[in-house]
Design a protein around this ligand. Structure first.
Ligand code: ZN
Length: 152
């Protein structure tokens, strides 16, 4: 598929360091659409939808925020906490959406595995199906994410 000028522009934008220190694409050699496509396939295999994953992340972030920096127990095996960063970061897509820089950490207590995301990650997954490129500091592996946030 030939890329539109707008897609080209967006890709250049995502590779730049303009919006986040290391760029949303990290050192991923794939293009944006390949990254999104590959993760969409992974999510489908897991039997989840991106909206469902984002909704669960948002729910956990809301619970975590109520802990004011302390761990909040969710169900039997999950603990979540959120920092109180009130700074804002813009979505790189051209639609003037800004999200909190707040970071939520989820910990699976049985295995000790943790995963973290920012409010922007939630938006990127929900609206754009984008988990960021490999090597990006906020790259989220869909398999790992689903395993942790949907654990009972
Ligand atoms: Zn956006």
């Amino acid at each position: 598929m030939k890329k539109s000028p707008q897609q080209e522009k967006l890709e250049a934008l995502l590779k730049s360091s303009k919006f986040s220190m290391c760029g949303f694409m990290g050192d991923d050699k794939r293009n944006l659409w390949e990254v999104i496509d590959t993760d969409a396939t992974a999510i489908e295999k897991l039997g989840k939808k991106q909206e469902e994953i984002a909704a669960r992340m948002q729910h956990l972030t809301d619970l975590a925020a109520s802990g004011l920096g302390d761990w909040v127990q969710v169900g039997k095996n999950l603990q979540v906490s959120a920092d109180d960063n009130r700074g804002m970061i813009p979505c790189p897509w051209p639609h003037h959406k800004r999200c909190l820089k707040r970071i939520t950490t989820a910990r699976h207590s049985a295995t000790g595995r943790t995963i973290r995301w920012s409010d922007l990650n939630i938006h990127l997954i929900k609206e754009h199906g984008f988990f960021e490129g490999r090597g990006s500091p906020f790259r989220i592996e869909p398999q790992e994410l689903v395993k942790i946030i949907f654990c009972e």
